[in-house]
Structure formats: C-alpha cells, structure tokens
Design a binder for this molecule. Structure first.
Ligand code: COI
Length: 355
C-alpha cells in the first residue's frame, strides 16, 4: 500500500494503553487511542485526519439518526511472526461497504480513503494490536449521513470513520440458538445483504427475547415461510451433514455475504471437501439430527470467527449436538484461519495485507 493522501495526524497527548488488561477484554468496550475521519461535502471527500478517539459533534437532524442512512464493516488486524501489522482481506470489506452504500443510496468511499485511513490509524495505534492467541484489533469502519435536514431524501453529505477495539473471542462458549418463527430479519428485495444499521436495530428485540429465554442468538429463517435457514444476527451459518458442508445460498439477497463465510468456502474447496451452497430448511436439519447424520453446525463471522453451535431450538424441539459432534471440521477451519492471520502458516490465497 502506498501512501498518497495527505492525512493530518493529531496524536493524543497520553495513551490509555497502560490501563488495558489485554488478557481480559470485553468485546467492543475498549477503544484504541485514535480514530480516522473523512467527510464528504456533497462533492468531494475532504479533510482526512487521524484524531484522538472520542465524541464527534453532529446535528440532531441527520438522516443517519432518523432514517437509518448508516452502514458499517467489521474487520481485524493482526501481527505476523515478525510483529508487522497486517489486515485480513481489507479490500473485501471496502467492496462490501460500497455495496451497502449503494443499496442505502449513500456515497461510496474511494479505495484510497478506506485503505490509507486504515494504514494511518494502524500506524499510530499499532501497539493496540494484541498478540495472544485468538485476539486481534477489531476495526469498525462506518459511514453515516450528515445533512442537517429532516426531509426524507438521501443525504448529500457523509462522514466516514474508522475506530478500533482490541478484542478476544466474541463468543467464549459454544452457542445455543433459537430458530425464530415470528419475527423476521430480511425479506427479498429488502436490505438483508447490506451491512446497514437497520438490520441490527430491527433484531434487538427478538434477540433480547431469545437471550432472556437462555439462548445466545437468533437463527433467522426466511421471511415468507419461516423454513429456510438464513444466518444468525451476527454471523453466517454452516452445517455439516455426513461429509458435506452446507451453507445457505445468498442468492435471494437476504443474507450478508460474509468474508469469513467466503474464506471457509475457499479453504473447504482447497481441501476437496464436498460443498453445497443451497437452501436448507430447518426441517432438513432436524431430520439429519434424528438420522444421526448431522455432524456439526457452526457460525462464521469476523467478530465470532468460527463458533460452534451446540443447541438449536425450534418451536419446542431441540437439537443438542454437545456430546455428539466431534467438531472436527469447525476446529480445523478455526485453527487454519487463525494461523493464516498471524503468519504461522502460508497465506496461499493472498488474504493478508501488510500495512
Ligand atoms: C462482525 O463480525 O464484524 C460483525 O459486524 C458482527 C457483529 C459484531 C455486529
């Protein structure tokens, strides 16, 4: 990556890093010292800058707040064996952010602002990249509409921000999920495959209900028949039946096109595993469970990495994989991905970008 933009850097006078217990971090609660900001003034992206992490002044009339013109990405930085900061598949996050921007009628961000913003932020905050197993510096690029106007129309001005959090595992235990049969997450023609704030806001209530019932997450089913498995509120889903790895197809536009999902599929293909990308119904899952052919179910996402799913609840019935699954494939995928990210094994797919 070559630096071509003129990014102003204002470093914080003191670092908060000494206050952080890197062995014991709650996901998303601890922020590195700086953030990157650039504004779109209606014509140009202007004033790219790194400033101390903190609050940003804004009008209460912005349509990000009222009408949800707000999108984000989740990505991670690691250190390789020599201690050099590196990012996992950053251009894929940039492309997906722009697909989300397009769907939401927002401004797209040019590659150089995204990539050089990351580089500038990681240059000042590289000490915040944790190195213990399973940890990373989670980066949260986000963009929101900033017109001071409450008429309903796409904003002409935007702010793009990148901030970061040192993180460990998002889920520390195998998951218990509830297949949701009342609420829906996404319908065809909607925004299910955009990483927009509304997709997360609309599932807060059903997720809270599921959590009060003892589950970690909701397993979303299709909006029409409540039958086809789609994703969880934070991850894509994989199902191993016998020796076939199945993941729901994203072709209806109701599922986020996960970068970890794609990485799992790429690894699985390279190992000659049998893969099926297709619709899979909740009833097929229960049938495979009853037949003894359901071997593993796991979640895949940037924050969650690979998280095993032990319990699936659907209308009073339960799949309990705890004692049955060997978790062989999910273990291998999780470990391989982790080792590629920290340079312990060859990066055969050119996923890592040095900054
Ligand atoms: C991610 O995995 O990066 C996500 O954005 C999911 C979640 C933390 C909202």
């Amino acid at each position: 990556m070559e630096m071509t933009l003129d990014i102003a850097v204002e470093t914080s006078s003191t670092s908060r890093i000494a206050e952080v217990d890197f062995n014991n971090i709650q996901f998303g609660r601890v922020f590195s010292d700086h953030q990157f900001i650039v504004d779109f003034d209606g014509e140009h992206w202007i004033n790219p800058r790194v400033v101390p992490y903190g609050k940003i002044a804004m009008s209460p009339a912005i349509s990000a707040i009222h009408y949800g013109q707000s999108i984000f990405e989740g990505m991670k930085a690691f250190k390789d064996k020599e201690g050099n900061p590196q990012l996992f598949r950053p251009l894929d996050n940039w492309k997906r952010l722009n697909r989300s921007a397009q769907r939401m009628g927002m401004q797209e961000i040019p590659e150089e602002f995204f990539m050089e913003g990351l580089r500038a932020l990681l240059t000042v905050d590289s000490d915040w990249i944790p190195t213990s197993a399973g940890s990373a510096l989670y980066l949260r690029p986000c963009m929101f509409a900033t017109d001071d106007f409450i008429g309903v129309r796409p904003s002409s001005t935007y702010t793009f921000v990148i901030f970061s959090c040192p993180v460990g595992a998002y889920y520390s235990q195998p998951l218990k999920v509830k297949a949701e049969t009342h609420y829906i997450r996404a319908a065809e023609g909607g925004t299910g495959n955009a990483k927009c704030a509304g997709n997360y806001g609309s599932v807060m209530l059903p997720t809270r209900i599921a959590q009060e019932e003892g589950f970690n997450q909701v397993m979303w089913l299709d909006a029409d028949k409540h039958e086809m498995i789609e994703e969880t509120g934070t991850t894509n889903l994989f199902i191993r039946i016998d020796d076939t790895l199945i993941t729901p197809s994203t072709s209806r536009g109701t599922i986020l096109e996960g970068i970890t999902r794609d990485s799992v599929l790429t690894l699985a293909k390279s190992w000659n595993w049998k893969i099926e990308i297709r619709d899979i119904g909740i009833h097929e899952l229960f049938e495979a469970y009853r037949a003894g052919t359901l071997k593993e179910v796991f979640a895949a996402g940037t924050a969650a990495t690979i998280a095993q799913i032990e319990v699936i609840h659907y209308e009073g019935e339960e799949i309990r994989l705890g004692g049955l699954a060997t978790w062989e494939w999910s273990h291998l995928l999780k470990n391989t991905l982790e080792q590629i990210k920290i340079g312990q094994i060859a990066d055969d797919f050119d996923w890592m970008t040095r900054i």
